[in-house]
Design a protein around this ligand. Structure first.
Ligand code: FAD
Ligand code: AMP
Length: 480
């Protein structure tokens, strides 16, 4: 096989693409991965949105800002007082950059260890085939072109932030997620358009750092994708923290002036104005396929610009697959990674597996929010008979000892079979607690199964145990 001939070429090295490439190489397939992301140091940075400007840097800043917030909001409860605490923003952002570099560099090392060949440039799937192989044109950063070929091509080009036509990103006053991860000073007034996961997480970061944060959300309901009880508790807690969340507030204008960004929005009381120093536009992400496909590839896009795939992530074009944010399903890193593993295994003739029904969602705010499976509303709408069990963290010894006794676990099980249909949590550490529920759901477990499993005491996981008991009205530490 020549240096330009592979078994598998992956376009995109985000959590979907790089994982697919590593798994394909593990299975003995000669694999290349093409990615064009440039890091802050001007060099190729593997890992896509997630590692560079998404999951990892946002969690780094959430953690740093939480430490700072705790000094004034949690330490006093424990009898600890700290005078004159302040943050050096250079160190704050620098720590995040160091973590990003560690992880993006780590992908390079994993590629070397697994013999995945990385190409730095823009990949384009061509329509023509040579000897039955698919062709990928790679345009380097210097404009040079080379053509690679492979029996199988996996498209993993990810997503980009949606831009509002009246609030174009300028990287200074009006920013996307990448800009909001790199402010050089804490904005006095930060406006956020969109109360989705990204808006809430990054809004929380800068609120904790001292910004006055206003989140404008067009929809009347808060966190419509989450279970209504969870959304209600979360909204109350965020508001207590000082995040100003305005629902039913549709922004229609954003003008950058000397004294800040002038926003016009309409709510139930009519047209309103708001002036902020920085504006984060976090109104969702769109699948990114610009320049990815030659006109004659036969790969189809749906009405939202996503690459059309079947339940095996196959595009319908011989040897062409697509995974991650570029296709249907939740725009989450772990969903893309598991699709990557499954596709590599299908290509190698193995039994790949991915179940989109049990993909866990996590929002890393304070309190955290996590869920998997159906919401109560979905079950009602679908006419599925169900039972509900809930348990508050206020009755969990560990949560009280941590001074984080906020929120609850809510479990939904089928009224007749008791099979767990959904679990919805808001509270401390729920990003980790949800994993147990996903395992139970994936094994088609019942609430009775979780109720009969020994959970360590005192731990936060007891809230899952008690919620499972509560489905059958036999929780021990609350009235049923
Ligand atoms: P991406 O990560 O977008 O990677 C695609 C890569 O392909 C990029 O490097 C891109 O430059 C490259 N590329 C695109 N087209 C081409 C081409 N033609 N040629 C060469 N290269 C190309 N998800 C979670 O699960 N948990 C979180 O906590 C979380 N937090 C987030 C926080 C923020 C602020 C943001 C923005 C997102 C977050 N997400 C989170 C979502 C997560 O980042 C995405 O779901 C995930 O990155 C999608 O992976 P992907 O591999 O499909 O695409
Ligand atoms: P997500 O897709 O989860 O990142 O959330 C993005 C949110 O932005 C959605 O809840 C949208 O309703 C909201 N949104 C989109 N456009 C506007 C707008 N012009 N004004 C206010 N909110 C908006």
């Amino acid at each position: 096989m020549s240096d330009q001939q592979f078994d598998v070429i992956v376009i995109g090295a985000g959590p979907a693409g790089y994982v697919a490439a590593i798994r394909a190489a593990q299975l003995g397939l000669k694999t290349a991965c093409v990615d064009d992301f440039t890091g802050k140091d001007g060099k190729q940075a593997l890992g896509g949105t997630c590692l560079n400007v998404g999951c990892i840097p946002s969690k780094a800043l959430l953690d740093s800002s939480r430490q700072f917030w705790n000094i004034s909001h949690n330490f006093p409860v424990h009898g600890i007082s700290v005078e004159g605490a302040k943050v050096d923003l250079g160190t704050f952002i620098g720590r995040k950059d160091k973590i990003v570099k560690q992880f993006t560099g780590g992908i390079g090392q994993l590629f070397k260890a697994n013999k995945v060949t990385a190409f730095y440039g823009k990949g384009k799937l061509l329509g023509s085939k040579t000897g039955g192989s698919n062709q990928v044109e790679v345009t380097g950063k210097d404009g040079s072109k080379q053509t690679l070929s492979a029996t199988n091509v996996i498209l993993a080009s990810g997503s980009v932030p949606i831009e509002l036509p009246f609030a174009k990103f300028d990287g200074k006053a009006i920013v996307d997620n990448a800009g909001a991860l790199d402010f050089t000073e804490v904005p006095k007034r930060l406006g956020v358009i969109g109360a989705g996961v990204i808006g809430l997480e990054l809004g929380s970061v800068w609120k904790r750092m001292g910004a006055e944060v206003t989140v404008l959300e067009a929809l009347p309901d808060f966190l419509g994708a989450a279970d209504a009880d969870v959304a209600k508790i979360a909204l109350k807690e965020f508001t207590k923290q000082g995040l100003q969340i305005k629902l039913g507030a549709k922004v229609s204008k954003a003008e950058v002036k000397k004294d800040g960004v002038h926003l016009t929005y309409s709510d139930k009381d009519g047209e309103q104005q708001l002036v902020v120093d920085k504006l984060l536009v976090a109104v969702g992400r769109r699948a990114y396929t610009d320049g990815l496909l030659a006109n004659d590839t036969g790969v189809k896009l749906d009405e939202r610009g996503r690459i059309v795939v079947d339940e095996h992530n196959h595009t319908g074009v011989d040897g062409v697959w697509a995974i991650g944010d570029a296709v249907r399903g939740p725009m989450l890193a772990h969903k893309g990674s598991e699709e990557g593993v499954a596709v590599a295994e299908w290509i190698a003739g193995k039994a790949g597996h991915i179940n989109l029904d049990t993909v866990p969602w996590v929002i890393y705010t304070e309190p955290e929010i996590a869920w998997a499976g159906k919401t109560e509303k979905q079950l009602k709408d679908e006419g599925v008979p169900y039972k509900v069990g809930t348990f508050p963290f206020a009755a969990i010894g560990r949560a009280v000892a941590m001074n984080e006794a906020i929120g609850q676990v809510k479990m939904l099980a089928h009224a007749e079979t008791d099979r767990i249909l959904g679990v919805h949590m808001v509270g401390p550490g729920v990003s980790e607690l949800i994993a147990e529920c996903v395992v139970a759901m994936e094994f088609k477990g019942s609430s009775e199964d979780l109720a009969r499993i020994v959970h360590a005491h005192p731990t936060l996981s007891e809230a899952v145990h008690e919620a499972a008991l509560s489905v059958d009205k036999r929780a021990i530490h609350k009235g049923n």
